[in-house]
Design a protein. Structure first.
Length: 171
């Protein structure tokens, strides 16, 4: 994905402030230093958390991004380290893939999109609209976001567990 930044959440606030941009590949920010992630290094099974925004960043939109990062960093660091969850922040105003994103996820403006990736294919996605009601109420935001992430984690691990059981039973 072009013009996106992938943020491992250790040292997250530094990474968010850097506002990294890459035109060739996806960029990861680790300990404040950008590194390029090749498509072959991508994980086959994971949840991608996309936050789409434009050039103009109001307080509400900045708070949304801050809350997303904070919840993921506080509650899912193990999954992030294992690359089971990936945060990708995309500026639609400058991304050459913005039209693809808009069509694929039916984006209207700033959006949060959760994508279930299984065997390197996007199997499902969700735009949890209700979370926007809680941007200024962090405990409610956190509760709602954790519920949504956990639903996708359950889908991911149930599918993986079921697949493993089938292989063991039928081999």
């Amino acid at each position: 994905m072009k013009s996106a930044k992938v943020l491992p959440l250790k040292g997250l606030y530094v990474a968010v402030c850097l506002g990294a941009l890459v035109m060739q590949n996806t960029i990861a920010v680790a300990k404040g230093e950008p590194i390029i992630v090749s498509p072959s290094a991508m994980v086959k099974n994971q949840i991608k958390v996309y936050y789409f925004h434009g050039d103009y960043r109001c307080d509400f939109c900045l708070r949304m991004e801050e809350n997303i990062c904070k919840v993921l960093g506080e509650n899912y660091q193990k999954e992030i380290d294992k690359k089971q969850i990936e945060l990708i922040i995309v500026n639609l105003s400058i991304s050459p893939d913005s039209n693809t994103y808009k069509d694929k996820y039916k984006l209207e403006h700033n959006d949060l999109v959760l994508v279930l990736v299984k065997d390197s294919e996007e199997k499902d996605y969700k735009k949890p609209w209700e979370i926007w009601n809680f941007v200024y109420d962090y405990p409610a935001f956190k509760s709602c976001f954790i519920k949504e992430i956990n639903l996708y984690l359950e889908k991911l691990f149930y599918v993986e567990a079921k697949s493993k059981i089938n292989k063991e039973v039928y081999s």
